[in-house]
Design a protein around this ligand. Sequence first.
Ligand code: FAD
Length: 317
Amino acid sequence: MSVLIFIDHTSGMIKKASREAISYGAQLAAQLGTTAEGVLLGNVAEDLSALGQHGVQKVYHLQHTNLDHFDAQVYTKVLAQVADQTGAQVLVFSNNTSGKALAPALSVRLKAGLVSGAVSLPDTSNGFVVKKNVFSGKAFANVAVTTERKVIALNVNAFTITTGTGTAEVASLNVDVPAPKTRVISKDKSSGKVTLSEAEVVVSAGRGLKGPENWGIVEELATALDAALACSRPVADAHWRPHSEHVGQTGVAIAPNLYVAAGISGAIQHLAGVNRSKVIVVINKDPEAPFFKAADYGIVGDVFEILPKFTEAVKKV
Ligand code: FAD
């Protein structure tokens, strides 16, 4: 019996969301009086033993040409074998793009109860009750998992990364790796220097910017804050910005520490993807804009005046 954490990476670099999941899994294992083990599929550029600093005791590293690109079907079959061979009782994923594909598939395969969007460690005083986000982050539900095996997908940015001094043992396992049914032909890097779903700070703009030719002032603030760029849906629909930057109910869901929204009205569909941000700063010339109700800090003013001043102020810090 152990807690098994799926360690996700991009081009061999372990994602911040995975470090959160490892820290969560390690604390959960301590709570259950068991061991925390990680599993990483594919090639990696980092020293996996260093993941012991987040509390994991062992990391299974499986390499195979069929694991070089993320493939939900292949990864699910491999992870199910790892779970069986290691006797994992609880599987922990980050509720990011890969976790959203893998956690439900694994829960079906392992006949395990699933909680997606978990925000804290379970209450194990009377069963196994996990708190999760519901209604696009507007409410919480406490869900009792009644199966022996459990799968948890932890919301991104919901759990603090813990860093200690431990070292993890790195091991391998003998598993069948099926051939993928799809083939990656090419990969195109999306715009922006910082990955949107992983970003700590996001600068976002909407129709209030009037046109794509005005995005320079948004990009300058994003560069000064080392932030990822985002936009509202109409901006992407109008091809002012790429769809990969569109956040909201039908776009990317984000939970950065700081979300700066310039010239965005704050429609419910937009808020659905950004309301888990820790601090929201809204800049809008209309004091009645609905976004101000969700804002921690609001600036009533013209984006064309405020954004350059904001950038200047950040550069001075
Ligand atoms: P607008 O609503 O036009 O607002 C522009 C804002 O800019 C206004 O508040 C205005 O006061 C302000 N402004 C104008 N000029 C200035 C200036 N000079 N200085 C400062 N402020 C200024 N939207 C999303 O964003 N994401 C989604 O995922 C999404 N999914 C949707 C799904 C469905 C099914 C539907 C029906 C809609 C969805 N929408 C989504 C669209 C959403 O309802 C809104 O229409 C959209 O978010 C509005 O974008 P906006 O705020 O950029 O534009």
